[in-house]
Ligand binder design. Structure first.
Ligand code: NAD
Length: 232
């Protein structure tokens, strides 16, 4: 990353108290960006400009871009990163799993992008980076609703990318494999596994010998958000 690469850029990051989101906020701020960071009430965002609320609440989500504009004077970069992962095959998936997964993983990025695109277009352009998942492209076992929502987000990314390129708005997604974050570790605990051992064993299955750390993914997010990715 180039130092001060994001000077004068105004950024909104969701899921900012989590593993990838927190690292993204720190990286953008270190590179000179002004960042509004959002996550659930009661979470520890630790950023300069924190906005707390539930992305499953359309009223809150629809207000976030306005809030960012009033704090930063505009919006150049949107990072749709918040997500929930409900485990289970279809027959184990409850209506609540379905509702929450669609609301956070699909509807919130949809609503935020819908609000952000006209603001970015009015400012001459912008970039949206969505955190999808490799499971949105090639589904893994026993996470039907999670894989389905990440596939929807990957598709939305491609739709918006082609529809808004003419407004100088680039839309991309990262599709990580396993990343060492609270989401992954909590999943191991729910399954009765020791998270440290499970992370180590998973790492042994990866050609590089380790699973990703949040910063490995954040470097790609920042690249995609930057002018260096101007043709992506
Ligand atoms: P994480 O659980 O550490 O962070 C996710 C954040 O989203 C949390 O801070 C959580 O509070 C927030 N969030 C969840 N529901 C919310 C809601 N209703 N309103 C507001 N905020 C809400 O997990 P992470 O691994 O950092 O996940 C970031 C993104 O990366 C997610 O979209 C996830 O699906 C994706 N991802 C993660 C992995 C992995 O292995 N960790 C792999 C592929 C993709």
């Amino acid at each position: 990353m180039l130092s001060n690469e994001f000077a004068e850029k105004r950024v909104l990051v969701t899921g900012a108290a989590g593993g990838i989101g927190r690292a993204a906020v720190q990286a953008f701020e270190s590179a000179g960006a002004s960042v509004v960071a959002t996550d659930l009430a009661g979470s520890d965002i630790g950023a300069r400009r924190a906005v707390y609320g539930d992305l499953a609440d359309p009223e809150f989500t629809n207000s976030l871009v306005d809030e960012t504009q009033s704090q930063l004077g505009g919006l150049d970069i949107l990072i749709n990163n918040a997500g929930v992962m409900r485990r289970g095959v279809v027959t184990e998936t409850t209506d609540e799993d379905l509702r929450l997964s669609l609301a956070v993983n699909v509807e919130a990025p949809f609503r935020l992008s819908r609000q952000a695109i006209p603001v970015m277009a009015g400012g001459g352009g912008g970039a949206i980076v969505n955190t999808a998942s490799c499971w949105g492209v090639r589904p893994g076992p026993a996470h039907a609703v999670y894989c389905m929502t990440k596939a929807a987000l990957a598709s939305l990314t491609q739709c918006m990318g082609q529809d808004h390129a003419h407004q100088n708005i680039r839309v991309n997604a990262v599709c990580p494999n396993e990343v060492d974050t609270p989401m992954l570790r909590t999943g191991f605990v729910v399954r009765g596994l020791n998270p440290a051992t499970a992370v180590k064993e998973l790492g042994d299955t990866v050609p590089l010998g380790r699973i990703a750390q949040p910063e490995d993914i954040v470097d790609v997010i920042l690249f995609l958000a930057s002018d260096r990715a101007r043709y992506m």
